[in-house]
Design a protein around this ligand. Structure first.
Ligand code: AGP
Length: 367
């Protein structure tokens, strides 16, 4: 039957609140509760020897793939090529025989992704799809499907499907790393524990609603906003910027924080707020010094960090949201919820049609 809003003002608000549930449901599907090991269905390639993966997707699903690349390369030592589907399809890239094609899509119907998938198949690659719609065109044409257990996503702006995609990619990374011998049993236990910790930590993000609303008052007045992050925080910045553009119609760009000095820093003044995702971890100091440079040029710094980074970030930022500290592996999921809520709150202030933004469709079935 029809999906209701359950008392929320918009589907997007309802779906944002479903993050903890959806992450938990997706983990239940992928982790055996008895052994606490990731369990995959039969794979069309030998994960121990697969030489490479080629990931393709569009929009938010593409950003999930970029996070996946950071994980697969760092943890599983698997080389990954990634491109948006509309480019991958016509670029005619030289694909390594025996590689695994990985498709990511909420709807399973996106025309560009479907076409890119067919071109990967034509090149002889077996296809693993990460899909929310398990009875879709992509599902039918894939060799194996890993389902995101996000339930129906009605809001045009994707929220819970994105974190569910990250959850699946995190589990896939663990399984591939185990097969390739880059992660031992102890290491797997540590990462699985980090994942199982997520639903409760994701729920905690919603206790920061007032602070994020306050941050939104600054963003809502801007014409342009810069989103910055490093490492797996860079695709989170891209996701935050896309969400803001989609539903508030404010121009936003994401940059890898270290790239600022190569150009975009010339944009910085009081009128261009900087939304930074800067969780504690190996890149914390580097990111902080990039942000300091931006602030020294008069930039207004709005930061998402965690308990461990709170003191040093709030010393330089105009506003700081202190999200719960989680294992560095899973910070992108927590930080994403923060930037998605910021986009939602900003759109409310702008009075836009949050669930049905102009010019956009939920599923883009034309090329
Ligand atoms: C995200 O908020 C978007 N509305 C959009 O970028 C979307 O992620 C993209 O069109 C891909 O859709 P799909 O996951 O259904 O393939």
């Amino acid at each position: 039957g029809a999906v209701g809003k359950d008392g929320y003002r918009h589907y997007m608000e309802k779906e944002l609140h479903e993050h903890p549930l959806v992450i938990g449901q997706t983990l239940q599907r992928m982790i055996d509760p008895a052994t606490r090991k990731v369990v995959l269905p039969d794979m069309p390639v030998d994960l121990a020897t697969v030489p490479r993966a080629a990931i393709t997707a569009c929009g938010s699903a593409f950003y999930a793939g970029v996070v996946g690349r950071y994980w697969l390369e760092e943890i599983a030592r698997l080389p990954v090529d990634i491109d948006v589907a509309s480019e991958m399809r016509y670029r005619n890239p030289p694909l390594t025989p025996g590689s695994l094609g990985i498709l990511i899509s909420q709807s399973g119907e996106t025309a560009d992704t479907l076409a890119a998938m067919r071109s990967l198949k034509q090149a002889g690659l077996p296809i693993l799809s990460i899909l929310n719609a398990e009875h879709s065109s992509m599902a039918r044409e894939s060799d194996v499907v890993l389902g995101t257990v996000a339930g129906p996503e009605i809001s045009v702006a994707s929220t819970k499907a994105f974190t569910a995609q990250l959850t699946v990619l995190a589990c896939l990374t663990i399984a591939i790393a185990r097969a390739r011998g880059t992660l031992d049993a102890l290491g797997e236990e540590e990462l699985v524990t980090a994942l199982l910790d997520l639903p409760s930590k994701a729920a905690e993000v919603f206790t920061h609603g007032d602070a994020i609303r306050k941050m939104a008052t600054i963003v809502a007045e801007a014409r342009d906003v810069l989103y910055l992050g490093r490492g797996s925080g860079y695709p989170v910045a891209m996701e935050g910027a896309l969400k803001l553009k989609e539903i508030s119609y404010i121009h936003a760009e994401a940059y890898a924080a270290g790239e600022m000095k190569h150009g975009p820093i010339s944009l910085i003044d009081r009128t261009v707020p900087i939304v930074a995702t800067v969780p504690s971890g190996v890149l914390f100091d580097k990111t902080l010094s990039n942000l300091q440079e931006a602030r020294a040029r008069g930039g207004r710094l709005l930061a998402f960090t965690d308990d461990e980074g709170a003191e040093r970030v709030s010393a330089i930022a105009e506003q700081t949201i202190v999200l719960p500290k989680v294992h560095p592996f899973v910070t992108p999921l927590i930080q994403t919820i923060g930037v998605q809520i910021l986009a939602y709150e900003t759109a409310l202030l702008k009075g836009t049609d949050v669930d049905q933004p102009r010019n956009l469709a939920k599923s883009v079935t034309v090329e």
